[in-house]
Design a protein around this ligand. Structure first.
Ligand SMILES: Nc1nc2c(c(=O)[nH]1)N[C@H]1C(S)=C(S)[C@@H](COP(=O)(O)OP(=O)(O)OC[C@H]3O[C@@H](n4cnc5c(=O)[nH]c(N)nc54)[C@H](O)[C@@H]3O)O[C@H]1N2
Ligand SMILES: Nc1nc2c(c(=O)[nH]1)N[C@H]1C(S)=C(S)[C@@H](COP(=O)(O)OP(=O)(O)OC[C@H]3O[C@@H](n4cnc5c(=O)[nH]c(N)nc54)[C@H](O)[C@@H]3O)O[C@H]1N2
Ligand code: SF4
Ligand SMILES: [Mo]
Length: 723
């Protein structure tokens, strides 16, 4: 067959960098950056290049596996696996109803349009509310905030990087993450360009992150962003810096928002945030006076106790200063496929349409909080989950209290996973089914089209056929759906067609979406542009009225849910507990990707280890040394971690990356196991953020104790969890 070069794009993170794959005899032997990709222009990060290690990993699951009573897995045929799975699924469905069937789809699921559409479509078709994703540990607060502000969760502003002169970045580290809810390949260049044309990039972060180091850093106490943003709004209103014309035209509740913000003066915010009052005042003034400013927040702004409020306030700051929907401000992409319109039309743009059985949390786009899974599995009654599917997810490591989840998984009547590996979660499954990698399937970045800062689209075919017996997730879903007599689709007319025996493949549906969308594209047309198609120089502005779904087409700046959250914030105190005097936050690293790239030799070179970052003052106060070990304890659990002493932390805050604590079927990852930081997080319903059910993963009160090397492996005190 010889050697071929195939153009494709990376689907590990949201930047979607262009790649060229070298294929030899049906095998990907090399990945390199695509120099002809119009946006990434020859850039790819180490993870994209290292995907060959995952693709060809000897530890990859290439055949269906069934768990034996002794806990080991044995190879079975697809026929045997699916016959047993569908028979058990049908029995659970017939005896208990669709509410006994649940699905957790992890982060890589969002990078396959077919996977996403088919999983949600399956649950909608059978009528089960049990849809869980990484969203409740990531971004559902953002969607909930949009539902409250714009009247639909699917309208999300992004910063106009190409034209802004003031980017306020709250809890994001794009120099490492490469951007999120923001598709901007070569994001470093884009941020540098802001400064080069005389603008500012201000990074609000408890850690002097890679991005903070490069630009202006405003250190902040974890989980206090709502205080900062309310204080900035207070200054804007009090000093007459609000854009009253914009507010009169486009907003309802501006006065009520000003009332809500009034008590949150910079002086009140100073002790909460650790930011001097005068600095807050200057930030507010500079932001309001800039010629195009955008407030942007990511996971650091999402995973505290007030995530929906924070996301709402970021947009509110943009709106009140007249920076929403203007060049250089926060703008609304107009992607060639209008997911927001389709979502509206078919009732998929839901917020609070259903409530979780445990805790009564509102759904966000049909998602319920994944932190509730152990209880949803174990609490008897109607809608108790008895069969759980996990695709492209590792919730034992990514969701609070993985130990409770591990115990719950063992209680299920059926647990099936679709994955590339045996991971810390699916080692408890009855079956692990081999899934294709993104190099083995066609795709278009459907879910991300609205987040490109330069309007863009690209389609790719599979670069190689599936390895071993791997199958695409949608094919497995299709077989499950057939066993229950439904067509997996969230769109009622397509389900109706299914009843008539007409089933449209993912590719056909994608082509239909492209042809009927505002871009009037087609797969055939996209195929003529293998490096992708730039659809415009800038994002169009002046679209706000069309985007808002509230009656009267006005922003709701002070809805009752937000007013209640502001009251809760004022009453919450600073969350400090003398028993747990420090605050724990997360951390992302360039050569990790959540939990699933620690088996790639290329990324693990150079003796990498999982370590807790501690400021020198805190280390000294707690008797900790660089290279030593510390026990980290919260009210929920305790782990022992290696210590790295560094002044990149603000005193009082420590950081430990998530996605470690390995003991799956990945040998290299197991050899660099690290610990599961989320054993320190709480899965109690009362500890979840109320408006979106967000897990509280940043700003967890903890205490530190030194651990002598010899004691590191010893069992922790009774009642505490070990890792
Ligand atoms: N290399 C790499 N890239 C990734 C990933 C990865 O694992 N590795 N994961 C991908 C995924 S799934 C996502 S969602 C994105 C996330 O993308 P980002 O959110 O940009 O990535 P993080 O590095 O988590 O940045 C969050 C920042 O928030 C800060 N922070 C923590 N708590 C607080 C707080 O209370 N307030 C404020 N203001 N800041 C806080 C942290 O110190 C950190 O610098 O990254 C994606 N890209
Ligand atoms: N403390 C703390 N916890 C966090 C976060 C944090 O910042 N701090 N971040 C949260 C965020 S933003 C996220 S997105 C979650 C991630 O949480 P999850 O999505 O639950 O977990 P991942 O680590 O992404 O695991 C993905 C799994 O999918 C598999 N996989 C990879 N590609 C494919 C594929 O194409 N098909 C299939 N079927 N499987 C595939 C991998 O082998 C791996 O087992 O973690 C969350 N948890
Ligand atoms: S930044 Fe890295 S992981 Fe993200 S899309 Fe580009 S190459 Fe892939
Ligand atoms: Mo994420």
């Amino acid at each position: 067959m010889g050697e071929e070069q195939k153009v494709t794009f990376c689907r590990i993170c949201e930047a979607h960098c262009g790649l060229v794959a070298t294929v030899e005899d049906g095998r990907v032997t090399k990945l390199r950056p695509d120099p002809d990709h119009p946006l990434s222009r020859g850039y790819a990060c180490p993870k994209g290049i290292a995907m060959t290690d995952v693709q060809n990993d000897p530890d990859r699951v290439l055949h269906p596996l069934r768990r034996r009573p002794d806990g080991e897995f044995e190879r079975v045929s697809w026929e045997e696996a699916m016959a047993d799975i569908t028979a058990r699924l049908r029995r659970i469905h017939d005896e208990r109803g669709p509410g006994a069937i649940g699905w957790y789809m992890g982060n890589p699921g969002a990078f396959s349009y077919a996977h996403t559409l088919w999983v949600k479509g399956f649950l909608d078709a059978i009528g089960s509310p049990h849809y869980y994703t990484a969203g409740s540990q990531d971004v559902n607060n953002r969607f909930a905030a949009s539902a409250l502000l714009y009247g639909t969760p699917l309208v999300i502003p992004i910063p106009d990087l190409a034209r802004t002169s003031f980017l306020l970045m709250v809890g994001a580290n794009p120099l490492v993450s490469h951007g999120s809810v923001l598709t901007a390949p070569r994001v470093r260049d884009q941020l540098n360009a802001i400064v080069r044309r005389g603008g500012r990039v201000v990074v609000v972060d408890p850690r002097r992150s890679e991005t903070a180091r490069r630009f202006e850093h405003v250190p902040i106490a974890p989980d206090s962003d709502a205080w900062l943003l309310l204080a900035m709004l207070q200054v804007v209103f009090a000093e007459g810096l609000a854009d009253t014309d914009f507010l009169a035209r486009h907003a309802a509740g501006a006065d009520a928002l000003a009332d809500l913000a009034r008590p949150f003066t910079p002086e009140e915010a100073e002790p909460r945030t650790g930011i001097p009052a005068e600095r807050i005042r200057e930030l507010a003034r500079d932001f309001a006076r800039a010629d195009g400013a955008a407030a942007y927040g990511r996971t650091g702004s999402c995973l505290g106790r007030f995530g929906t409020l924070v996301a709402f306030l970021l947009d509110a700051l943009d709106a009140v200063t007249g920076n929403l929907d203007r060049p250089g401000g926060a703008v609304f992409g107009r992607p060639p496929v209008s997911l927001d319109e389709i979502g509206e039309r078919f009732g998929l743009a839901s917020y609070g349409k259903v409530r979780s059985r445990v805790g009564g949390f509102p759904d966000v786009l049909g998602n319920l909080p994944a932190s509730l899974l152990p209880r949803e599995i174990e609490a008897p009654g109607e809608r108790q989950i008895r069969a759980l599917f996990v695709s492209a997810g590792n919730p034992v490591l990514s969701v609070p209290d993985g130990e409770a989840l591990e115990r719950a998984l063992e209680q299920l009547e059926l647990c099936v996973s679709l994955d590339l590996y045996v991971n810390e979660t699916n080692r408890h499954a009855d079956y692990v089914l081999p899934a294709t990698t993104w190099l083995e399937r066609d795709d278009v970045p459907l879910a991300f089209l609205g987040f490109y800062t330069t309007p863009f689209i690209q389609a790719t075919d599979a670069v190689v056929p599936p390895a071993g017996e791997a199958r695409e997730e949608w094919e497995v879903v299709e077989e499950l759906a057939r066993a229950l007599g439904v067509t997996p689709s969230s769109i009622p007319p397509l389900r109706l067609l299914g009843k008539l025996g007409i089933r449209l493949s993912p590719r056909r549906q994608l082509d239909l979406l492209l042809r009927t969308g505002p871009g009037r594209l087609s797969l055939a047309k996209l195929r003529r542009h293998p490096h992708g198609l730039v659809l415009g120089q800038h994002i169009a502005t002046g679209v706000l009225r069309d985007k808002i779904r509230h009656r009267g087409r006005k922003l709701a700046l002070a809805p009752p849910e937000i007013a209640a959250e502001v009251r809760r914030l004022a009453e919450a105190g600073d969350g400090r507990d003398p028993a747990y005097p420090l605050r724990l936050i997360g951390l992302r690293e360039l050569r990790s990707h959540n939990s699933w790239m620690h088996n790639a030799p290329l990324l693990m070179r150079g003796g990498r280890s999982h370590a807790l970052r501690v400021h020198p003052d805190d280390a000294a106060a707690h008797g900790l040394e660089d290279g030593g070990k510390a026990r980290v304890s919260s009210k929920s659990g305790s782990v022992v971690a290696d210590v790295k002493v560094t002044d990149e932390m603000t005193p009082g805050t420590v950081a430990l990356p998530h996605g470690w604590g390995h003991r799956g079927g990945w040998r290299l990852a197991n050899a660099h196991a690290g610990v599961n930081v989320n054993l320190l997080a709480s899965a109690e319903p009362d500890d979840l953020e109320p408006l979106a059910g967000m897990a509280h993963l940043n700003g967890i009160p903890v205490r530190l104790e030194p651990v002598a090397p010899a004691d590191a492996d010893a069992r922790p005190a009774a009642g505490a969890a070990s890792a």
